[in-house]
Design a protein around this ligand. Structure first.
Ligand SMILES: Nc1ncnc2c1ncn2[C@@H]1O[C@H](COP(=O)(O)OP(=O)(O)O)[C@@H](O)[C@H]1O
Ligand SMILES: [Mg+2]
Length: 293
């Protein structure tokens, strides 16, 4: 990337953080409560909404749970929460015990906290302003009884605005996976996400390209409606790992809608991205001396 472009993005992030130019503050992480021992927090981010961030978050969570890990999902997309429906928890409400929120559990044992689990009606629009949204995310971390978790996946707020920055500042994020769709790869959208992570000093685990192709249901041939994949090229340009691709899969979209996703998810999707999450977690454990979070 051009130096001048990087400087511009740095200024943009600084402006969001401080209302003026200046160096980004080191994160001031919120404490975990006595009912939570979360070993690794992994964020799933995108430069904009609708690219499949929640889907990738869900796939990583199910893959990790199938490998035997204890997994939670913090749905930090407060104004567009989609995790409960996808994970078969539509219509459920979270309980509160001793001033702590208790996450709901999927059939497969994944714990979920989301605005949709605390709103009175699932279809209520969330009209909260930025600081209230940021406060809700902090609360889902510091006032939620997560119990023992190996991984807490955070479905980050879309984009690179102040709410996304709050998550980076208040949660001890080990690393982020960036999701983008083919058209975004050539744009600055990926660059914004990478720069936000860099400025917040959060490692980028790599890039997942979603909706990269469609498979012909008759012959299995892959059609690339947006042209040939630019994943490798984009990953190289921003100096991040290419973690894999997802095609457009109508069965997967249906499973997200009807809540059968956890059961219906085919084996092997985003296996490499899942391996990377595990590897980074093991590395972090080794650095911490295996003492946990
Ligand atoms: N690879 C895919 N195949 C089919 N449908 C997809 C795919 N990726 C995303 N979708 C669908 O597109 C919509 C947006 O995806 P979602 O993961 O909610 O995006 P985001 O969280 O980035 O806003 C959802 O309805 C989802 O089921
Ligand atoms: Mg989403």
């Amino acid at each position: 990337m051009e130096k001048s472009e990087q400087d511009r993005l740095r200024e943009e992030v600084d402006e969001v953080l401080h209302g003026s130019k200046g160096a980004a503050q080191p994160p001031q992480v919120e404490e975990q409560n006595a009912c939570s021992n979360v070993r690794h927090v992994i964020g799933v981010v995108s430069g904009k909404g609708g690219v499949g961030k929640s889907l990738v978050c869900g796939i990583l969570a199910v893959n990790l749970a199938r490998r035997g890990a204890r997994v939670g999902i913090l749905d930090a997309d407060i104004t567009g929460p989609s995790v409960p429906r996808m994970m078969g928890l539509a219509g459920e409400r979270a309980r509160a015990v001793d001033e702590l929120l208790v996450p709901n559990r999927t059939a497969g044992g994944i714990k979920v906290m989301s605005a949709n689990l605390v709103l009175e009606h699932e279809s209520d629009p969330v009209l909260w302003r930025g600081p209230v949204v940021a406060g809700a995310i902090k609360q889902f971390w510091s006032e939620c009884a997560w119990g023992e978790l190996d991984y807490l996946l955070v479905d980050m707020p879309p984009g690179t605005g102040d709410v996304a920055l709050t998550v980076f500042q208040s949660l001890p994020v080990d690393g982020v996976v960036i999701v983008s769709s083919p058209q975004d790869l050539v744009q600055m959208v990926v660059g914004k996400a990478v720069n936000m992570a860099n400025l917040m000093q959060v490692p980028v685990l790599g890039l997942v390209e979603n909706m990269a192709y469609v498979e012909c249901p008759h012959c299995g041939e892959r059609i690339y409606p947006y042209g040939p994949s630019r994943l490798a090229e984009t990953a190289e340009a921003f100096d991040v790992e290419a973690l894999g691709q997802l095609g457009i899969d109508p069965a997967l979209a249906a499973a997200c809608d009807d809540g059968t996703f956890e059961r219906a998810l085919p084996e092997g999707l985003l296996a490499e991205a899942t391996d990377t999450v595990v590897r980074v977690a093991e590395f972090v454990d080794a650095v911490r001396g295996g003492t946990g979070a």
